[in-house]
Ligand binder design. Sequence first.
Ligand code: 5GP
Ligand code: MN
Length: 332
Amino acid sequence: MNIGNSDLKEIAKVIKGASKIALFPHVNMDGDAFGSCVALAHALRELGKECRIFISEEVPENLSFLDPEKILQTNNKDDIKDYSLAVMVDCGEMKRIPGREEVFDSFSSTLCIDHHGTTESCCQFNYIDPMAAATGQIVFDLINELILMEGKEPSKEAKKEIANAIFAAITTDTGNYQYSNTQKESHEITARLYDWGLEGNKVSVEIYESNRIERIRLTAEVLSKVEILAEGKVALAYCSQEMLNTTGAKMEETERIAGDLRGIRGVEVAIFLKEEGEKAIKCSLRSKAYYDVAKLATEFGGGGHIRAAGYTTYKDLKEAIEEIKERVQKDF
Ligand code: 5GP
Ligand code: MN
């Protein structure tokens, strides 16, 4: 299902027609956003194009292996100033590329590749498939379309890099093939990635088994304060700046805590609040079987998927906790 205004062939043609392309992953980039960008960047470079991933934050440590020499990424807008096509990846709203909106807007041609159901066409060309478990799956199809169109295969080395990056995208967005969004195509594409040279275990160890001890200490601290509400159906936890200071961990290292909360028996909705700064709270929402957290996130100006969504609110941590507690308890 594609709810965008362009089909995959049209998107491939737009890319084919551009020689310098900038990729914009969403803020708080995850494995899907960055993995999709890395895969696309390798593929486009193999086709003789210039391509950079334009970011305004550090790549999370557990994903940095995808671009270890930082060849594909840049945070300097001068590096992409003569580029002609801007591509929003794994998001479809200006709000999701804060600090980079102006640069994105300055492009004559814009494209969105996304899989969030709450995304509306915001670019000139849009391919939005809410059925796709990961944007990485769409990107893999797109890369194959480009190969067909150009009649040129990437080198063996590039294929391996692409396979590893697409696998990183799919494994992270499907909770390692466990979440309800996981589909036949997720497995089929992964199977094909092995023919491209996929190093599945190597990528998994980088992503899941390279945790810093500070991360484990922070997780322990956060989980020790979990609150159970609505007769066991809601679990809530938070991470304050103080918790980061005392454990030496980074906020990105809380990434899997929302999933841990959902993993509690009987819990339908998991709520995890992060104090990003003074009066900027990022809230992650997860549900297990029937509750639509995308709808809930939308009420707070955010969005996402039915089982995983989020929003940002400009309040202090205590107020943000009370606000979401009050709202969610109305539904149980
Ligand atoms: P996370 O809680 O891991 O940051 O995000 C869960 C899902 O919701 C991801 O697919 C993410 O892209 C989406 N999401 C998180 N925050 C926002 C937001 O503020 N707006 C929108 N539209 N989507 C969000
Ligand atoms: Mn995604």
